[in-house]
Ligand binder design. Structure first.
Ligand SMILES: [Zn+2]
Length: 201
C-alpha cells in the first residue's frame, strides 16, 4: 500500500516536471542598469483609427511596464531607429504584416555578463516602432484589428533582452492573430526568460 503510494507520487511528480518545457530564447543583450532603460514616446504619426490618443499611449505604456527593468521617461521628438541617444518609441508605416519592430541600435560588446550560463552584452540604445497602417482595436469592438497592449508587451520583451519563444501561449511567440487579446499578460515562459536575464547582476 505504502509502496504503491510512493510509486504513484513519483509518477505524478515526473509528469509535472515533464510539462514544464520552456521555449524562450534570449537576444544576447541586457540592460546593465535600470537608469539606462528609460524609454520616451513620440506620439506623432499615430493612427487615427480606432483608439483615442490616450488609449494608444496607455496601451504602449502598459506593455513597457510589463518588464520590470524598463521605465517610462516621458515624451520625445526623436523617432525611428536612429543612434541618437534616446530609447525612442514611435509610429511608422512598417512593411507587410509587421505590427511592431524593435531595433537594437547600439550594443556595447566591450561589456558583458555571464548570467545563468548566457553571455549577455550591454544594451546602450533600443528603439521601438509600431505600425500605424494597422487597425488597433479594443476587445469589445474588435473585428479584424490587433491588440496594441499585447504587441507592445511583445516588442518591449525584445527591448528587455528576449528573443522569440516556441510556446504558442507566450507573449514572445513570434505571431499573433487578429482580435487575440491574450498577449498583454505574461506567460510563465516569458517570466522564465526574463528571470534568466535579470536574476543575476
Ligand atoms: Zn518579435
Amino acid at each position: 500500500m505504502k509502496r504503491a503510494n510512493r510509486i504513484l507520487l513519483s509518477a505524478v511528480l515526473l509528469a509535472v516536471s515533464a510539462s514544464v518545457v520552456f521555449g524562450y530564447t534570449l537576444n544576447g543583450r541586457k540592460w546593465f542598469s535600470s537608469s539606462d532603460a528609460s524609454f520616451r514616446l513620440n506620439s506623432s504619426s499615430a493612427p487615427s483609427c480606432c483608439l483615442s490618443a490616450s488609449q494608444l499611449q496607455n496601451q504602449i505604456l502598459s506593455g513597457l511596464g510589463a518588464w520590470g527593468i524598463l521605465s517610462n521617461g516621458g515624451s520625445t521628438s526623436a523617432s525611428g531607429a536612429k543612434n541618437d541617444g534616446v530609447n525612442a518609441i514611435s509610429w511608422a508605416k512598417l512593411g507587410g504584416t509587421t505590427l511592431g519592430v524593435t531595433s537594437y541600435v547600439t550594443t556595447d560588446t566591450g561589456q558583458s555578463q555571464l548570467c545563468n550560463g548566457n553571455l549577455l552584452y550591454r544594451f546602450v540604445e533600443v528603439d521601438v516602432r509600431f505600425n500605424n497602417a494597422f487597425a488597433w482595436q479594443t476587445s469589445s469592438t474588435c473585428t479584424n484589428g490587433f491588440d496594441l497592449a499585447g504587441v507592445a508587451t511583445h516588442e518591449f520583451g525584445h527591448a528587455a533582452g528576449l528573443g522569440h519563444s516556441s510556446v504558442p501561449a507566450a507573449t514572445m511567440y513570434p505571431s499573433v492573430a487578429a482580435c487575440d487579446f491574450s498577449k498583454s499578460s505574461l506567460d510563465s515562459d516569458d517570466r522564465a526568460g526574463y528571470s534568466a536575464i535579470y536574476s543575476c547582476h
